[in-house]
Design a protein. Sequence first.
Lengths: 435, 437
Amino acid sequence: MNAARTVEVAKDSSMLKQKEMISGNYRKLENAVADGRKVAATFVPGNLNELIMCFDVVNNLPEINAIQNGLRKKTGGYIMEAEKRGHSEDVCTYVKADLGMIAKGNIGPDGQKLPDPDLLLLSYTGCFTFMKWFELLRDQYKCETAMLHVPYQGDGQISKNMISYVVKQMKEEVIPKLERVSGVKFDIDRLRENLARSAKAEEDFVWVLESAKAKPSPIDAYFGGVYYIGPIFTAFRGTQDAVEYYRLLRAEIAERLAAGQGPVTPAGDMPAERYRLVVEGPPNWTSFRDFWKMFYEEGAVVVASTYTKVGGLYDQGFRHDPAKPLESLAEYCLGCYTNRNLPARIDLIEQYMEEYQADGLLINSIKSCNSFSAGQLLMLREIEKRTGKPAAFIESDLVDPRYFSPANIKNRLESYFQMVDQRRAGGKSVPARAA
Amino acid sequence: MRAFIGIDLGSTTTKAVVLDENMDVLGRGITNSRSNYDTACKVAKYEALLAARFTLLQRGLASAVAAETRLEDFLGSLERSFRLGQFVEQLDDLEQTCLDKAKGERFKGREGAIAEAIQAIFVTLRSDAPALFARDARRKSDFFRDLAGSRFMAVGQQTAKAAGLSYDLLLNVYDKAIIEVENRPPSGEIREKLIGALDRLIELSPELSDLVADLAAPVRRALDIPAEEVSVVGTGYGRVTLPFSKEHIRSEILCHGLGAHMMYPDTRTVLDIGGQDTKSIQVDDQGIVENFQMNDRCAAGCGRYLGYIADEMNMGVHELGPLAMQATRSVRINSTCTVFAGAELRDRLALGEKREDIIAGLHRAIILRAMSIISRSGGVRDQFTFTGGVAKNEAAVRELRQLIVANYGDVVININPDSIYTGALGAAAFARRAVAN
């Protein structure tokens, strides 16, 4: 009883910490103009948070705003607003949720007005839509834009040339613009300090992700995972807050692991782990809780996911390195999941299936995200072939509530879980007599 | 008799299959799903158990009756007698419910006249009933609602006129009553009802009187074999509403896969087009599902698509297939959206295209949609089994055969006349297996 209570409290402390961090950043954004601070808008994959921090610039992430609004069920109205303004039904719904929010007064997820950006910092890591999104924002704000072109890992390798190409752009394009916008001179030692903190947080973060190799897994690496990636993927990588957060989280998970407990779900501790899954693709945010429930009610735990790697593949050994600051930032951008080609994605999933002893692969294919969805069926077949494990395919959307059909998704998931059972039973068959 | 029962609660119809210990089908039952899965489930099960009784009777009497046709004739007559008894029983229930509904403020002052009119209608309905179940009588439907409703409307109009009452008022009473009656599951033991049916048989089919006399004892003996419901498994969209524990519920994907395997053991790809979904399932040589794809965000290309088109054309859904078969060419329909297809249909009609050619095009559109789902699940492997309500539509089958041959070459295509029961059959097999394990 006591142990359970301790865990409950411990769980709260990392969650409370994160909550505090997120609202702290929104406060910084709201007060930026009053505080005389400049604001940069940037995306999650390949974000240069440690670098931005060197210029005392506040980081605003439009994707995160869309997700937060999705969780708060505000995106339906924003998307309609964007569609009214001429953006088609098939456009990425993060984009439309953001444009709709801006059109309706740019009130952020926490109910306060968001500031106009002073700089649009585009780190281009495999999502073509990002570029178009910022084109629209540039037209709206007429502000400075910095484009960091990160070459796609077309042949699955990061070459020295690719790194030096990205570093060159940082030196010649990104840093000068950040200096100009902020009026702060670039100090590489400050960057080194930030990167050292990043590496520290990354270490604990990876430990948490890998705890899912245990049976039962103490975490859900998808539904819980999206909370765990929060600080490191956004405006906190390189901060002391992030170091603190992951230290707390690691301690909590270590306790669960030692106690042989499964993941915490919105309905409390998950009773028994019946299925271990690897999930590819982002979750649906507007029905996040309902979606999660369909898993934990059946005893399904996600032990590894690719979505929790869109902001970096730390579990593959990469760490931000203060010894080679710009090079390691370049390497980070090049290595993001969204910048990897299909064979590399397949290899990664196969590795997860084996290392995490998964029962199967589930793909949540996102209607409005072509950069994620293209090739997913091919990936599914290849994984089935390589691992002999069953895979399933469901479809929903990021933040468009119109594209989440609970009855259909639940039906498919139940069918899938039963299919796993059936396969596990080793095909104990019934004689085919009836006709 | 140890019975293993599978129930498939579909969006349109609810099906039940009873298997014996050897996995042989003893009986099948079907009913409309109404909006009440609980009743639909009970009715379908009742019907399947009744059919199972007849199978047992057939087995038990085979040695007692030399000529097979004579036995079939006897059993057919016994079933008609049973149906008549059941129909009259439901008519009695409907009459009483109508009388109960025709009370209160709205009917003040006219209660007596209305009650008399209702009773008069039911006297006629009851006296007409034997003709409905006479040998070679053709019934448009076997569902009580359809049979009683059409007769009530025909007789009610005249009765209302004669009594100086509003026909709408009578119809309103009927509408309220039929919902209640339809949602009351059949009561009473099948055995007792069959004995009653046997007793009535001499009156209904005097030509069989010698046979009835000979068979009375063996029939009773066969009916005395108790039916033990060993295990029941439910599937289909309504499955969550079943009062079964989780172990007794299976997804329809698994049930269709296993059901198709039981019908055709060499099946590797199953296509099921039902009322609200289309699914393509790949199974292994044991009937175990390897992969599946379904329509997801949209019901385009499902059975309901044809239903909608039939409504638009003011036709019955069963008339669509035969009409499309008369086509000399197929008009290209681009839209897979059900509602847009309605608009395209009107557009093509306005352009002077022939109805049959347009309908043929619509059948092609629905199958093209299914072909896309099949390819996403991994394509067609030999043998291919087509199931679901749409498998009964000859025009849809024609288009499917053409497209399968064009895309996958020469594969065996299986379509079972009882394919509508595929899901229930798979569920029953799971019920049998649950006990075996």
